[in-house]
Each structure stands twice: as C-alpha cells, then as structure tokens.
Design a binder for this molecule. Structure first.
Ligand SMILES: [Zn+2]
Length: 76
C-alpha cells in the first residue's frame, strides 16, 4: 500500500518490509542510508484525485526491484 507522506514508517509495496522515515536532524543521513540499502521511491501517479503533488509514495526495499523512475538524459 502506498505510504502517506505523514506516515512515520515507509512500507515496501512489494514485500511489506518497513523502515523508519528519516526526520529532523536524521533527515539527510537517514535517506542516504536507505538509498545505500537499496530503497527506492517514486510518487504515486495512480493517486486520485490528483491535486498538486501526490500525497502518497511507492517504496521498494533493497531486496525488491527498484520502483524509481529512470532519469532521462538528453543526448548531447
Ligand atoms: Zn521489499
């Protein structure tokens, strides 16, 4: 189930694994640690009604396939 942006726990949408959401002074290092562990995330584009930015996020833990959206790099 997509994780609401106020939820203190991130949940992997594939296997249900959880991790504490980095907050406060732990914000930067916490997200760096999650990325190092292989966690990926993307906005929930299926959210309806979609007003402004989505309020929920799709997450995947390090043991599951990435849910990150590939970056498109313009060919020079
Ligand atoms: Zn998982």
């Amino acid at each position: 189930m997509p994780t609401h942006f106020r939820d203190p726990v991130l949940t992997c949408d594939n296997c249900g694994a959880t991790a504490d959401r980095p907050v406060g002074a732990n914000y930067r290092t916490g997200w760096e640690r999650l990325r190092a562990e292989g966690w990926t995330a993307r906005a929930n584009g299926a959210e309806r009604p979609l007003r402004f930015l989505p309020h929920t996020t799709i997450h995947a833990c390090g043991d599951c396939p990435s849910v990150a959206v590939d970056q498109v790099v313009a060919a020079g």
